[in-house]
Ligand binder design. Structure first.
Ligand code: G3P
Length: 479
């Protein structure tokens, strides 16, 4: 009886799950940790609190259970710098943190193209490079200590691996989010390291996502950490999107879309190119698009008391009468494919007869339209036949049917929606021989398949209106 422990260290909470050899989650426990906002736009986490809570939930669920391997998955891009005793020299700087936005705007002017070419990423403060530079420049003696090889830097996976095993390592999927990693060569890029003034010695060695990263005795007998993936890549793996053109959409606060592009690096003007995973020396790449506000728009309706409970949204939307009301929830600009920080929210088509049902429907529809915006962009690069969904709002049948209608392709919802943890466990189990890629494909079980029912001409008409609404929201906050 194989038992794999998945540690899922997310942006707001940590989770531990045990996955059995049939790919079922037999127990799971999560816990929130503190968000620290020292200044407007700054976001930090306390690394030791993350470690403590991650161990706490993992220990609780493994109390009466023997485990064979550990898979780690994590919020990506967030960085920690720590010393040889595992003590962080400062809080973790979180992916959402904008403290280095000005720095990156300057760097982008001259190096934007080079960065894009080498890393597949848009030169932005979102990624790790400028955050590590900030730590080295601003924490007293950090640069000096880094030169003396007293410090280690890395993303959250690295920090957890170090605490668990004493090894300073990361995997290719996480490395590809640092903006210091050459995704073509599969190694740290000397020119970018120099640009950001980051000594290579403080960065972890990069291993295949499926490899033994070290051993820990924290849960009884010695257990290998044998799978590591960034959380969005883990969801792609957990959805068993193993072939080119397979796409997963995670419906969270925002939406993350990843499409497998096989062994080829596809560059798209408005999407990110990233490493999905590396297995047995073979790198699989992905195209990624992020939509900033999806579930967060529903939360906004709740805050305004238009919506009492998320579960009510489905019935309310089904009872809506107005199909000409459009909502563009550009609360903090728009992400892929528009990349407009100055766009702002807009509700258009309001009449005296507009009801809350219509507003709820327009909000759910906006989630589907924004997802379509990214899928359309992906379709320029890869053939997409269907999408696999997970995350909170994927439980909403109205939304999933409308998503399928507006995309014109089937939407497949799996029986297990915790695909991130599943992906980490699958990767760890793969390494220890618990299953192979074919077995894993067989573990994915469908809950429901939504087929498109809308007429082509209706779809086109609606999508044209959506694009029109977006065009009116763009640039709104620009001086
Ligand atoms: O790139 C950021 C992403 O990895 C965060 O994911 O699920 O922790 O919000 P999540």
């Amino acid at each position: 009886m194989t038992r794999i422990l998945a540690m899922d260290e997310g942006t707001t909470n940590v989770k531990a799950s045990i996955v059995d050899e049939e790919g079922k989650i037999i127990s799971s426990l999560s816990k929130e940790f503190n968000q620290i906002y020292p200044k407007p736009g700054w976001v930090e986490h306390e690394p030791e609190e993350i470690w403590r809570t991650q161990v706490e939930v993992a220990k609780k669920i493994t109390k009466n259970e023997r485990i064979d391997a550990i898979g780690i998955t994590n919020q990506r891009e967030t960085v920690v710098v720590w010393d040889k005793n595992g003590k962080p020299i400062y809080n973790a700087i979180v992916w959402q943190c904008r403290r280095t936005a000005d720095m990156m705007e300057e760097i982008k002017k001259e190096y934007g193209e080079i960065i894009r070419e080498k890393t597949g990423l848009i030169a932005d403060a979102y990624f790790s490079a400028s955050k590590i530079k900030w730590l080295l420049d601003n924490v007293p003696r950090a640069r000096e200590r880094a030169k003396m090889r007293e410090l280690m830097a890395g993303t959250i996976d690295s920090y957890l691996i170090y605490k668990l095993t004493g090894e300073h390592l990361t995997d290719h999927s996480n490395a590809s989010r640092t903006m210091l990693f050459n995704i073509k060569k599969g190694e740290w890029d000397e020119e970018l390291l120099e640009l950001f003034g980051i000594p290579k010695d403080i960065l972890p060695h990069v291993r295949d996502s499926s490899s033994v990263f070290g051993y820990t005795k924290l849960f009884g007998k010695e257990v290998p950490v044998s799978g590591v993936l960034g959380d969005q890549q883990a969801a792609l793996f957990g959805q068993t999107c193993f072939s080119k053109g397979m796409l997963k959409v995670t419906y969270g606060t925002g939406n993350f879309l990843l499409a497998n592009t096989g062994n080829e690096i596809e560059h798209s003007e408005n999407l990110l190119t990233t490493v999905a995973w590396k297995i047995k020396g073979n790198t699989t790449y992905a195209l990624e698009g992020s939509v900033f506000i999806t579930g967060a728009a529903l939360k906004w309706l709740k805050d305004l008391e238009i919506l009492k409970d998320y579960d009510d949204s489905e019935n309310l939307a089904k009872n809506a009468k107005d199909s000409k009301l459009f909502f563009v929830p550009a609360f903090s600009g728009l992400g892929s494919p528009y990349w407009d920080p100055h766009a702002r929210g807009l509700l258009i088509g309001i009449t005296r007869g507009t009801k809350k049902e219509d507003i709820v429907k327009a909000t759910l529809d906006s989630i589907a339209y924004q997802t379509k915006d990214v899928v359309e962009e992906m379709k320029k690069q890869v053939k997409i036949k269907e999408i696999r969904v997970d995350g909170g709002a994927s439980k909403n049948d109205y939304l999933m049917q409308f998503q399928s209608d507006i995309l014109g392709i089937p939407v497949l919802r799996p029986a297990i929606l915790e695909t991130t943890s599943l992906g980490a466990a699958f990767m760890a189990g793969l390494t220890i021989g618990a299953w192979d890629m074919n077995d894993l494909k067989g573990l994915w079980k469908e809950d429901r398949r939504f087929e498109p029912k809308m007429k082509d001409e209706d779809r086109e008409k609606l999508y044209k209106r959506w694009k029109d609404a977006v065009s009116r929201a763009l640039g709104w906050a620009k001086e």
